[in-house]
Design a protein around this ligand. Structure first.
Ligand SMILES: [Zn+2]
Length: 384
C-alpha cells in the first residue's frame, strides 16, 4: 500500500516536472526579434562565405533534441546550419542558485536539481554535479552520433582542422564542450582528467557563486584563486585544456592571468564601457587578455549589452576591437542561457549586416564572426 502510494507520487511528480521543464525553457529562453536591420544582398553573400563561431550556448540544459528544429529557445542543429555556424561551444550548467542575481549569491541553493529530475537524468546525477556534467556531455556525444556527420564533436587541434577541411559546403557544425563553473570537480583534481575524457575542453572556472576553485563575479567573497584553484590551473595548463574566465571575479581574473602559462578566453561577456555591470570587462582586463593571446566573446543578452539589440551588440564589439585589436574579439551569444536575445542561431546574417553598417570591412567581420575564435581554439586545443 505504502509502496503503491510512493510509486503514484513519484510518477505524478515526474509527469509534473516533465511538463514544467519545457515550460520553463520556453519562458526563459526568448527571442525579441530586432527587425531594425534587414540584411541586403552584400551582407547575404559575405555571410555565406563566413565560418561563424560562437563561444557559449547552454542548449544542453534543456529538454530538446539538438538535431530537431524547435519553435522556441535559440540553438539546434538546423538553426546553426541556417545561420552559417561552423563552430559552437556547448556549455554545461550544473548548479545555479535560487533567486539568482548579478550581485551576490551563495552556493546553498540549487535550481538545477529539479530540472535534472524532470529531464530524467540518471539518479546518480540528481545529487552529483560531476555526474550532471557527464550526463550533458553524453547528450552532445549521443546527438553527434545520430547526426550522420552533421554535428561533429571537436576535441583536438587535429580533429578541428580535419573537420574544417572536410566541411566545405556541407554546413556541418563542429561542437566543443565547456563547463560553466568547476563545481563539478567536487574538490577532486582527477575529475579534470575524467571530464576531459568525457570530451570537455573548455573549463569555465566559476558560475554564479564562489566555488572551491575561486571567486565568482556574483559570489559572496569574490576572491581570487584558492590553493586548490592554483593546482587546477596548473593541471589544465599541463593537459592543454582551455581556461574560460567568464563569470570570474576581478581577483580571480588577475590571479589566473598571473599564474597561467597559456592564453585564456572569456567566452561570453560584455564590456564596462558600453554596459557597466559586475560580469563585464574593463578596458584594462580586455587589454591584458588580448596581450596574452586570448579572445573575448561578446554576448547578445541584457547582462552583457544592457538592451538586447543588434545596435548594442555592435557597439560592444566595436569597443572591444578598439581596445583589444581586431584579432581578439569573437562572439559569445549565451544562447539558451536563460536569456532574451535579438535573434536566434538562424539569424546571424543580421549581425553581419549590422557590423558592415557600422563600417567594419569584410575581413574584420569574418574575424569577429568566427575566424578569431577558430584560430584561438586551434592554437589552444590539445594537439590530438
Ligand atoms: Zn554564463
Amino acid at each position: 500500500m505504502i509502496l503503491g502510494i510512493a510509486i503514484v507520487l513519484v510518477v505524478g511528480l515526474v509527469a509534473l516536472f516533465t511538463t514544467v521543464a519545457p515550460l520553463v525553457d520556453r519562458q526563459l529562453n526568448r527571442v525579441v526579434p530586432d527587425t531594425s536591420i534587414v540584411p541586403g544582398p552584400e551582407a547575404e553573400s559575405l555571410h555565406h562565405t563566413l565560418r561563424v563561431a560562437d563561444l557559449h550556448a547552454d542548449a544542453l540544459l534543456w529538454p530538446r533534441d539538438l538535431l530537431a528544429r524547435a519553435t522556441h529557445g535559440h540553438v539546434d542543429l538546423p538553426r546553426l546550419q541556417e545561420g552559417g555556424v561552423a563552430l559552437q561551444v556547448f556549455s554545461a550548467v550544473t548548479k545555479t542558485p535560487k533567486g539568482i542575481n548579478y550581485d551576490r549569491n551563495s552556493d546553498r541553493t540549487d535550481n538545477i536539481t529539479l530540472l535534472a529530475v524532470a529531464e530524467r537524468y540518471p539518479p546518480r546525477a540528481w545529487g552529483s554535479l560531476y555526474e550532471r556534467a557527464i550526463h550533458q556531455a553524453k547528450k552532445l556525444n549521443d546527438a553527434s552520433a545520430r547526426s550522420r556527420g552533421s554535428l561533429v564533436v571537436v576535441t583536438s587541434r587535429r580533429t578541428l582542422e580535419a573537420f574544417l577541411r572536410r566541411r566545405g559546403e556541407s554546413r556541418a557544425v563542429g561542437a566543443i564542450l565547456a563547463t560553466e563553473g568547476l563545481h563539478p570537480l567536487e574538490g577532486q583534481l582527477d575529475h579534470i582528467d575524467s571530464l576531459a575524457q568525457a570530451g570537455y575542453r573548455i573549463f569555465g572556472l566559476t558560475h554564479f557563486f564562489d566555488n572551491d576553485v575561486g571567486g565568482s563575479a556574483h559570489g559572496e567573497a569574490k576572491g581570487g584563486l584558492t590553493p586548490f584553484g592554483r593546482e587546477v590551473i596548473r593541471r589544465l595548463d599541463t593537459l592543454s585544456l582551455i581556461i574560460d574566465l567568464a563569470h570570474a571575479s576581478p581577483a580571480l581574473i588577475d590571479d589566473v592571468l598571473n599564474l597561467s602559462s597559456r592564453p585564456v578566453i572569456v567566452s561570453h561577456t560584455g564590456v564596462q564601457a558600453t554596459c557597466p555591470g559586475p560580469r563585464n570587462l574593463s578596458d584594462e582586463q580586455i587589454r591584458r587578455i588580448a596581450a596574452k593571446g586570448g579572445v573575448i566573446g561578446i554576448g547578445f543578452w541584457d547582462g552583457a549589452i544592457c538592451q538586447p539589440t543588434l545596435a548594442n551588440v555592435t557597439k560592444a564589439i566595436l569597443h572591444a576591437v578598439a581596445v583589444a585589436g581586431e584579432d581578439h574579439v569573437a562572439l559569445g551569444s549565451d544562447f539558451d542561457g536563460s536569456t532574451t536575445v535579438p535573434f536566434d542561431a538562424a539569424g546571424y546574417v543580421r549581425l553581419t549586416q549590422a557590423l558592415l553598417d557600422a563600417g567594419m570591412g569584410p575581413e574584420q567581420v569574418a574575424k569577429v564572426m568566427g575566424e578569431n575564435a577558430i584560430r584561438v581554439m586551434a592554437s589552444l586545443l590539445p594537439e590530438r
